[in-house]
Design a protein around this ligand. Structure first.
Ligand SMILES: Nc1nc2c(ncn2[C@@H]2O[C@H](COP(=O)(O)OP(=O)(O)OP(=O)(O)O)[C@@H](O)[C@H]2O)c(=O)[nH]1
Ligand SMILES: [Mg+2]
Length: 374
């Protein structure tokens, strides 16, 4: 046996790409090892897929490569960041065809249950659905939609649906960028509807509004006083308000709540030009009203596309995204700068002690940052 004999699993057309050789034994060879015994190792490809492999896999709708592509954009490693941007650049011409729907509401409003019912309904229409989440607390808790997978059992099993837990925040843009890029990857993979869930506790609604076409707010039945107390701001972001859990004894109250919301909405600025935001009732338990919500979204899309408002919003979202990414990058680079890192605690102490003004400290830090850059 010659020294440069290649193992049987190497590619005979590319002998120089295999670094293994077979050497002659020393006469005390073990019994031949059955390769079947280790077949579970063979199946696993240990190497990271290349950008080209991910690109082709995503376009083909390969779920495993789709998941890996999203993992890549969610990674906090800098080398993955470069690779993910190459991938997105390739995928970009294949994006934009899905309708992007944001869903928010207070904890317990039934968002996950609604997505399960609504998503299953859409799959029944022959549509392919991707579910993503922005979890404002995920940097602390590690993401709560993981628990939701159990709540979306039926949808998770549906071959036309893809559910992705929320990413955790990190440098280079955090959750916002990751969700947006995951959405683009899902679009390139051919999903028709992207549903993005976020718990409505402040900032996340604004972030989600900036990345979707249609935004809905799930609310529960409540007294008029509660309605009045509801932040006008969030109602003005919504294209539809869904009075949820309209079933059983709650049904009549839900109808009443709907009318009250409609009365208030009449006086508010609509979220989308040319579209009157209205309230609707629905139940994810009985499925009543689920189909009507889809009709509303379709009408919204048709009207918006005819008037140009739909395209206009997407363009302005891309512009906003660019500026938010510039801010993210500056923020990251500033705090990563070695001199800034080094001097920041000292200057912070001096500010607290009243030894220097805030403006002076900031000025000094920027000097350090900019000196190194030039
Ligand atoms: N009666 C009724 N109960 C519902 C309906 N939808 C959801 N629920 C119940 O409401 C509770 C909360 O539902 P979730 O879907 O977990 O609510 P969520 O808004 O996703 O909650 P967070 O993820 O914690 O923010 C669960 O106990 C559901 O069973 C509905 O249409 N009718
Ligand atoms: Mg939920």
């Amino acid at each position: 046996m010659s020294m440069d004999q290649r193992p049987e699993w190497s590619d005979p057309n590319k002998p120089d790409q295999c670094s293994s050789f077979i050497r002659k034994g020393d006469g005390q060879e073990n019994q031949p090892v059955s390769i079947q015994k280790y077949s579970r190792f063979q199946k696993q490809k240990s190497t990271e897929p290349t950008v080209q492999e991910l690109y082709e896999g995503v376009l083909k709708g390969d779920r495993s490569l789709l998941a890996r592509a999203i993992t890549l954009v969610e990674s906090n490693a800098e080398r993955h960041f470069q690779k993910s941007q190459q991938l997105l650049q390739l995928l970009l011409p294949h994006t934009g065809k899905a309708i992007r729907v944001g869903i928010t509401g207070v904890p317990g409003a039934g968002k996950s249950t609604f997505i399960e019912a609504f998503g299953t309904y859409l799959c029944g229409l022959g549509l392919r659905i991707a579910v993503l989440a922005i979890d404002p607390s995920s940097s602390i808790s590690g993401g709560s939609i993981l628990g939701d997978k159990t709540r979306m059992e039926q949808l998770a099993r549906n071959p036309h649906a893809f559910i992705r837990p929320s990413p955790t925040a990190g440098k280079l843009g955090g959750v916002h960028r990751k969700t947006r890029e995951a959405m683009l990857i899902c679009e390139a993979a051919g999903f028709d509807v992207i549903l993005i869930e976020t718990v409505g506790v402040g900032q996340s609604e604004v972030i989600i509004r900036d990345m979707v076409d249609f935004f809905m707010l799930l609310v529960l039945t409540g007294a008029g006083d509660e309605l009045q107390g509801m932040k006008k701001g969030i109602m003005e972001l919504a294209d539809a308000i869904i009075v949820h859990k309209a079933d059983g004894d709650n049904k009549l109250i839900a109808e009443k709540t709907k009318r009250e919301y409609n009365r208030i909405l009449h006086f508010l600025q609509p979220a989308t030009r040319g579209w009157q935001t209205k309230a609707y009732t629905c139940s994810s338990l009985t499925k009543e009203g689920i189909g009507d919500i889809w009709k509303v979204i379709r009408t919204f899309e048709q009207k918006g596309k005819a008037s140009g408002v739909f395209e206009e919003r997407r363009k302005s979202q891309s512009r906003e995204w660019m500026y938010s990414m510039i801010t993210d990058h500056l923020h990251y680079q500033f705090y990563q700068h070695p001199d800034v890192k080094n001097q920041l605690p000292k200057l912070e102490n001096e500010v607290i002690a009243g030894d220097i003004t805030v403006a002076t400290a900031v000025e000094k830090l920027f000097q350090l940052f900019l000196d190194r850059k030039n």
